[in-house]
Ligand binder design. Structure first.
Ligand code: NDP
Length: 398
């Protein structure tokens, strides 16, 4: 039985809070804190059990540390934005509390997401006997665990991975993002990098396109290659990986709007002068776009996120495809959110359960693939996200 502090009352925070509230056997006291108290209170009002709410600016380390001291949680779950990661880690170090997040640190003024900044906290967490679990969402998160499962149970040597993320759902808006629009657009428009023969190779964002035939009736969809952070930790922890690529589906409509927005400068992250004040166009754009949290009732269809791992088993080349399929409307019925928020929030709670139960617990800063995948996937299944493994198969190389 543990107290937990959840930071960030957005789309993912809503799912995390619901799922923690479902497991009162583990989360004995829940506090949801965010910059806007009314958003926390709105989520609290949806729950069957009472929780505490608080206003906090997580970029203000003394303010956050004071809240942590007052609440005395065993764990802080960070589902605010990547900009807050280092500040929240600092506050955890100062107050002696474990830390978990779903996205790696990214500076506000540079669209560059990498683990170096958070890995640099390794010694400080280890010395204090504290644990930080990084990237406990779906991708990163479950995709790291799937890769670890492929290495543990299905392949002697993992040589190639393709992480494939499909949203085969539709929300009916001409243009909307399924999670924070600013973070989403920064990710999708960043220079693409994939791992090949010991180094990251750069290419234009979304320039590589394939068609992938998704399982269980979803069928063929266009997938586009982009950079995603889990490749950095996976190639570090599985040095046998020669090639790693990340692919995502986008509708033609999404791509058309994105191209126009880019062409007119609306996705710029640097500040421009407007009527005597400075604004970052992407932040202004975020204010205009639909709130991802409002997409729940509208979104229909499924997501399919998984990993195809290729390599050697008993000297022979072999593939394994490990994936989850999640239904937007089923998620909405359960927690009032669409499947993108659900597939991120549920693994965050499962990561928290792994840490609080001691199943995954060690001082230092860790990525998901560094622990035994089996107990995580067992709990993930009971919490609403099942795993399918196709052992063998002949998907074409992407
Ligand atoms: P939202 O924008 O919906 O929510 C973010 C929340 O963080 C908002 O409620 C915001 O508060 C709060 N917040 C922002 N800054 C601060 C601050 N300084 N102090 C306190 N609270 C703050 O985003 P999402 O829920 O869509 O995404 C949350 C995280 O999940 C992101 O980091 C994203 O990258 C990650 N993610 C991970 C995925 C994965 O699979 N690993 C997939 C999708 C997302 P307010 O509204 O009051 O401003």
């Amino acid at each position: 039985m543990s107290k937990v502090l959840i930071i960030g009352a957005g789309g993912i925070g809503q799912v995390v809070t619901h799922k923690c509230a479902q497991r009162a056997d583990i989360f004995s006291e829940i506090t949801l804190a965010s910059r806007t108290l009314s958003k926390c209170d709105a989520i609290a009002a949806q729950l069957a059990i009472p929780i505490r709410t608080a206003r906090v600016d997580a970029d203000n380390v003394p303010e956050l540390a004071a809240l942590i001291r007052e609440l005395q949680p065993k764990l802080v779950i960070n589902v605010a934005l990547p900009y807050q990661d280092l500040h929240i880690m600092d506050a955890c170090l100062e107050t002696g509390v474990d830390y978990l997040d779903t996205a790696n640190y990214e500076p506000l003024d540079i669209a560059r997401f990498e683990y170096s900044w958070q890995w640099a906290y390794q010694e400080r967490f280890r010395e204090k006997g504290l644990m930080a679990l990084l990237g406990s969402g779906f991708d990163p998160g479950v995709t790291n665990v799937y890769t670890a499962l492929a290495a543990k149970n299905y392949l002697d040597l993992v040589e190639e991975i393709d992480i494939i993320d499909a949203n085969a759902g539709s929300h009916g808006h001409p243009f909307a993002t399924n999670f924070n629009p600013e973070i989403n657009i920064r990710e999708v428009t960043a220079t693409c990098r994939h791992w090949e023969d010991g180094r990251f190779v750069e290419s234009a964002p979304l320039a590589s396109k394939r068609v992938f035939d998704f399982p269980q009736g979803i069928g063929p969809m266009n997938i586009y290659r982009l950079y995603h952070e889990e490749m950095e930790s996976l190639v570090k922890h599985f040095p046998s990986i020669r090639k790693a690529q990340f692919w995502m589906t986008f509708s033609d409509n999404y791509l058309k709007h994105l191209e126009v927005l880019q062409n007119v400068g609306m996705t710029r992250i640097d500040e421009v002068e407007f009527q005597g004040r400075k604004i970052a166009p992407i932040q202004f754009l975020k204010a205009l776009l639909p709130d991802p949290g409002s997409l729940g009732p509208l979104t229909k269809g499924q997501t399919c996120i998984g990993v195809i791992a290729r390599g050697l088993k008993e000297g022979k080349r072999k593939q394994v495809y490990i994936y989850n399929i999640c239904d937007h409307q089923a998620c909405y019925r359960e927690v009032g959110s669409q499947a993108i928020s659900y597939t991120t929030g549920v693994p965050a709670v499962v990561g928290a359960i792994m840490m609080l139960s001691g199943t995954w617990h060690a001082p230092g800063v860790w990525n998901m693939e560094q622990f035994d995948p089996q107990p995580f996937l067992e709990v993930l299944d009971t919490m609403g996200l099942s795993t399918t493994v196709i052992d063998g198969g002949d998907w074409p190389e992407l």
